[in-house]
Design a protein around this ligand. Structure first.
Ligand SMILES: [Zn+2]
Length: 472
């Protein structure tokens, strides 16, 4: 049953049957945030996707250890802290907290451990030592560098030649003394006023790529199952990780499966501060529920690009409402066991099987959601023919709960939110109107009556008090 899952591996450029190293356990590492600003909806995409992947793997019976690093020391952090006139440590601590807050509001709860780069300095120093000892690294004036010409497999993940690699990396780690233009920094010797740690080569701080391999070696060993991240990290970041870890261990592959999420654009354009189309998770959640973001993201395959638009938000809202309405109807079904069964049992089983088939095909959530919508149609049809009893409804609701466990959209919760908020609103309006009537403020009372009408109800004043009637 477990071997049915196929995943697309960036390393082989093929879909492969998923077989973890240890039978029932999955070690999963995903590149976490650099904590210098609020995360945006592009980040949300990657983290929602891997949350779904971890949840599905668990549902398939795997014990998943999901590890994520927190880059809390880095050039961007130092620069931003300087602008804000606070220490890099203060800045990083603040945005690390903000990151957790955003993940929580998005319902992302599958991470087993967050690992801060600065908590792994001894492990980082140890890896750099190993790389020097094995001849893969060398020291120049401003730090220790990795010599990419020494690692034969360099470029195997991103399919770049040595020269192409050189061109791209040179912009990142600029030092004229480097042996090859593409060599990247492992340990940066610190300039005055910068955060620093003691090392055999002097006071300094880790380069960007080394923290990930130090963290994964500590928790997973030399080899593990899945490495994930956004696709813009394939080069140079993930290529560098392979070069570091496989050079140290002499074992390959470092990660058996490399999974990468596609880009997210806003109204057809890349998100950037200068274009003013940079949407943080927080801003999105001011006007929308987290369910909408999840729906929007999972309606696309994780490897495809997503274009975020207002039209798509509207559509996602509509679809969520359709499900919420069905959930509401199911919860209202009160009829006892029918003698002639509505036969939803086969339908439920088939739907579950179809859903799994789609998910087993490289986590194809758009097709899995299509299975759910087809099911919604069929159930609505059965309800309209009065073919479902209370027990059927319960079984169907259970299936929706199972979808929720994997997709995390909160399909069954959406109903509560809509019903509750609307009911409370109505209740308050009716009471306010009554009070105004008692005070003989007829005009104001009439205004409230119009508001109630907007919510789809008329008020009838009976002897026993006001009574709501749904407008049909
Ligand atoms: Zn990383």
């Amino acid at each position: 049953m477990k071997t049915m899952l196929k995943v697309y591996n960036t390393l082989s450029k093929k879909k492969e049957i998923f077989r973890p190293k240890k039978d029932a356990r999955v070690s999963l590492f995903v590149c976490g945030p650099t904590v210098y600003d609020y995360p945006h909806i592009g980040h949300a995409r990657t983290y929602i996707v891997f949350d779904m992947i971890a949840k599905y793997l668990k549902e398939k019976g795997y014990k998943v250890f999901y590890l994520q690093n927190i880059t809390n020391i880095d050039d961007k952090i130092i620069k931003r802290a300087k602008e804000k006139k606070i220490s890099p440590k203060q800045l990083a601590e603040r945005f690390e907290k903000e990151y957790y807050k955003d993940m929580k509001s998005l319902g992302i709860d599958s991470i087993s451990k967050y690992a801060r780069a600065t908590d792994y300095i001894p492990e980082i120093i140890n890896q750099v030592k190993q790389l020097i000892k094995k001849g893969f690294a060398y020291q120049i004036k401003d730090g220790i560098y990795y010599d990419i010409s020494k690692f034969k497999d360099y470029g195997k993940l991103s399919r770049r030649t040595f020269l192409q690699a050189e061109d791209a990396v040179s912009r990142i780690d600029e030092s004229k003394e480097k042996r090859n233009k593409g060599d990247f920094c492992l340990w940066k010797l610190s300039k005055p006023g910068e955060p620093k740690w003691k090392s055999p080569w002097g006071w300094g701080r880790p380069g960007w790529h080394i923290e990930d391999t130090a963290i994964t070696q500590k928790h997973f060993g030399f080899q593990y199952d899945i490495h994930g991240g956004a696709r813009d990290l394939i080069f140079p970041h993930h290529e560098a990780e392979i070069a570091q870890m496989e050079a140290i261990s002499g074992k390959k592959p470092m990660a058996r499966y490399w999974l990468h999420t596609g880009f997210l654009t806003v109204e057809g354009k890349k998100m950037s501060k200068s274009l003013g189309n940079f949407i943080t998770i927080r801003e999105f959640l001011k006007d929308n529920s987290p369910q909408i973001l999840r729906m929007l993201i999972l309606k696309n395959h994780y490897r495809s690009p997503i274009n975020y638009s207002k039209k798509d938000i509207k559509q996602a809202k509509k679809e969520l409402r359709r499900i919420a309405e069905l959930i509401g109807k199911l919860k209202d079904i009160n009829s006892p066991r029918k003698k002639v069964a509505g036969a939803p049992k086969n339908l439920i089983q088939k739907t579950k099987r179809d859903f799994e088939k789609k998910m087993d095909n490289d986590f194809n959530t758009p097709e899995a959601l299509a299975v759910i919508f087809e099911f919604v149609n069929k159930i609505n049809n059965l309800i309209s023919k009065n073919k479902l009893d209370k027990e059927d409804a319960k079984k169907i609701l259970n299936l929706f709960e199972w979808f929720d466990k994997i997709l995390g959209i909160g399909l069954t919760k959406a109903h509560h939110r809509i019903k509750l908020s609307e009911n409370i609103k109505l209740k308050v309006l009716v009471e306010t109107r009554e009070q105004l009537r008692k005070e003989k403020k007829w005009q104001e009372a009439d205004k409230i009556r119009k508001q109630i009408k907007k919510l789809g109800y008329t008020v009838e004043d009976t002897e026993k008090g006001p009574r709501l009637k749904k407008i049909t």
